[in-house]
Design a protein around this ligand. Sequence first.
Ligand code: ADP
Length: 434
Amino acid sequence: MSTYEDEKVIILIAEDSPTQAEELKFLLEENGYRVAAAPNGREALASARKEAPTLIISDVVMPEMDGFEFCREIKADKALQTIPVLLLTSLASPNDVIQGLESGADFFLRKPYDERHLLSRIDYVLSNRTLQAGARARGELEIVFAGQRHSIRSERQQILDLLISTYEEAVRINEELIEANKELEVQNREIERSSRFKDEFLSTMSHELRTPLNAVLGFSELLADSVYGPLSDRQRKYVEKIHNAGLHLLRLINDVLDLSRIEAGYLNIVLASVALDALVNDVLSLLKPLADKKGITLSASCPVGLVVHADPTRLQQILTNLVGNAIKFTPDGGQVDVAVHRQEESIRTEVRDTGPGIPAAEQKLIFESFYRAGQLRDREGTGLGLAIAKKLVEAHRGEFGLESEAGKGSCFYFSLPVEIPSQPAATMSANPIQ
Ligand code: ADP
């Protein structure tokens, strides 16, 4: 389709991106057109003046002379003004259309263009150009748009073509949107299905894994207690190993399930008034045997009668995790202090230790699931405790943080709002996994 009425068609491309120019040139040449290319409006104008093309395809944003100005120059030049100009633009705003009209452009095509659409548009322009040239009438049209006066030099046929091509683009965009919507619906259904599958999987796993594990733990304990007869030292050592490995696995299963449940939006926060001094005392009494084993001093300071609105079980879980970590990572003979302060709008709980501290580079990483700092990996743990604690604090619309320096101990803290809005950040589960 390179000739119209036996005449050789030349298409001039003005495009500053060498790759895009090359792609377009290839497409047009492949379809039998002769092509001239220029990297900006100024050079394209010079090229058109040297050898008038049959059609111009111009980008809008170009250095030296942009597509609008280039088009204006073409339309102001008596020798070139009948050459149809097709502008490649984003058509992002009505201003693009106005500027296109003002520059006298004949057609718009949205970038990135569809190749088949571009070729059919070129075919249309070339077939109609004699008709258009004959129908042109003189005269300018003044319009004011967005507070600016524009004088439109395009003729009726041009305006019509421009509006039709704009409308066609709008229809095409709409069709693309309808397609995209359909795809989204399919994806949504798929996500819902996977989410249901994940929920079922979690609740099955939680049951199926814990039941046999409880048997492993129970029987290894009975063996270790010599209920089934005395054990040799070696047998006792191995039975203890089985028991400890079982306990580790149970912690891991519980943590993984807890985290998945939180991430799946199944966190069930039940708010109540919690007396903080009692909670701190409970947690410290629970962990005292561990601290005593390492000769670590535990201390607490909390104003009597300070109450926070939170889920008591989850709050205990957060504090137990922080104090447990502090004891675990602090060398023998160290110190762990828990301090609770009332601030203006919140209540801040700090757990400070005299342990190894956490280098700045690792401070963000330790809140990620399964991250455990290199030199501390030999301690018992799953690497999930802080990730869970942080999410629990956030579910209470609180803030979780850490102040630490390598070699100078750590201070993990969390602040909870004094009054938590009736709807906490976590969603309430209609069907919490047991
Ligand atoms: P776990 O304790 O099971 O390893 P956590 O998520 O609770 O997992 O902690 C992640 C990592 O953060 C720990 O492995 C450790 O490297 C570091 N960490 C946590 N608390 C402390 C602390 N008080 N002092 C030094 N490092 C800590």
